[in-house]
Ligand binder design. Structure first.
Ligand SMILES: Nc1ncnc2c1ncn2[C@@H]1O[C@H](COP(=O)(O)OP(=O)(O)OP(=O)(O)O)[C@@H](O)[C@H]1O
Ligand SMILES: [Mg+2]
Length: 250
């Protein structure tokens, strides 16, 4: 009989992601649509609601969640204890990003290396005690992400972030097709820099529409300060989205 030996890191990653109640993978078909902004703000909203929350930056090419949080890579330190414990940003928010290792220098990872690095991180970071975990990802779906999507399909819930651009519609369609082919029935959807025009599209494609965030020109000024972000209009939209997320996902 043929025995299939699974990579131990994959098994470890699956085990690590079994402890949070919900694991959200924030994805998009295009770059610059607001994934990092939204995943970071959702994790803040969740933690302020009193839920123990994790934020994992899986964008190794352009990690940027720390910029939104206003964290200097030098202050982000992890405790190694049967794996790696994420960094506590404040009360309920736990965080992992590779910038504390790379010191924000760009890293060039080729196909196989990128996949190895992703599984390594997923296998060593321990999220026990965390209720909701938000994972920021790079734009598009590369082979290494397809692999993760497939193997973690029973654990993660994808959230697509998209802007209402006619040019992007085909790309969003393709992403939805990929997710469905990979085994994802339940796909969440957030419209960014829009006014709700993508709701009919989301409904037509049976995506769970969580809400929209309009284009907010003042947002840029608040990037890097949690305090400022909390007082910006953007946060009221994110809180509404978070509320919908909680009511849709049981
Ligand atoms: N609703 C919004 N209104 C105005 N500006 C926004 C809004 N959402 C995001 N932005 C801005 O758009 C830019 C891109 O956002 P962000 O980095 O979150 O996108 P991304 O999808 O993570 O990009 P990448 O694909 O490169 O990782 C940032 O400068 C951010 O401040
Ligand atoms: Mg990003």
């Amino acid at each position: 009989m043929k025995t299939v030996i699974e990579d131990p890191r994959v098994l470890k990653a699956i085990k690590n992601l079994e402890s949070p109640r919900s694991v959200y993978l924030v994805v998009s078909s295009k770059g610059g649509v607001g994934k990092t902004t939204i995943s970071t703000l959702l994790s803040i909203a969740s933690s302020l609601e009193g839920h123990s929350t994790g934020l994992l930056d899986l964008d190794f090419v352009n990690p940027s969640t720390h910029i939104i949080l206003g964290l200097d890579p030098r202050v982000i330190k992890y405790i190694e204890e049967k794996g790696v414990k994420p960094y506590r940003v404040f009360d309920n928010l736990y965080y992992f990003t590779i910038v504390s290792y790379t010191m924000d220098n760009p890293i060039a990872l080729r196909g196989g290396e990128a996949s190895n690095a992703l599984w390594e991180v997923l296998a060593i970071i321990r999220w026990n005690g965390v209720e909701n975990l938000y994972i920021d990802t790079p734009p598009g779906i590369g082979d290494e992400h397809l692999d993760i999507l497939y193997r973690l399909r029973r654990r993660v819930k994808p959230i697509i972030v998209a802007t209402p651009s006619k040019l992007a519609r085909r790309a969003i369609d393709r992403l939805v097709d990929i997710l469905r082919e990979t085994g994802y029935e339940e796909i969440l959807f957030i419209e960014n820099m829009g006014s709700g025009v993508l709701r009919p599209y989301a409904e037509e494609r049976r995506l769970l529409y969580l809400g929209f965030i309009p284009y907010l020109s003042r947002l840029e000024e608040s990037i890097g300060s949690i305090e400022k972000l909390l007082n910006e209009e953007v946060f009221s939209y994110v809180k509404a989205i978070y509320k919908n997320l909680r009511s849709l996902i049981r």
